[in-house]
Write a protein that binds this ligand. Structure first.
Ligand SMILES: [Mg+2]
Length: 109
């Protein structure tokens, strides 16, 4: 699925089931909340924390999708074309960091 298609799909869902978008600030708070849920899960899966017994079904992919969903909502309601923005951002990173990481001795074993 292209990012533009994901933006259209989310917009259609919001208009069909969501009544309207939450305000930008509400969605920003929800984005932070969802990133926190992903962080909590990763701290337990890859970090030093352990899962509580009721967290056994925690799903990293689902949490990432939650983050993406709210980010797409924010893009839709603020007029950001994520496909264009991502392509532009990739070009920026590639130009800026073409040799930066390759020459970073800290990244070599
Ligand atoms: Mg979540």
């Amino acid at each position: 699925m292209k990012l533009s298609e994901a933006q259209e799909q989310v917009d259609k869902w919001i208009k069909t089931y969501g009544v309207r978008y939450f305000s930008e600030l509400t969605n920003m708070a929800i984005l932070t909340e969802e990133v926190g849920e992903l962080a909590r899960l990763m701290a337990r899966k890859f970090g030093d924390q352990s899962f509580k017994s009721n967290e056994a079904n925690a799903n990293m992919a689902d949490e990432m999708a939650d983050v993406l969903w709210v980010l797409i909502c924010l893009a839709n309601q603020t007029g950001v074309d994520l496909e264009k923005a991502f392509a532009k951002n990739m070009a920026k990173k590639t130009k800026r960091d073409a040799e930066r990481h390759i020459n970073n001795n800290k990244l070599k074993k």
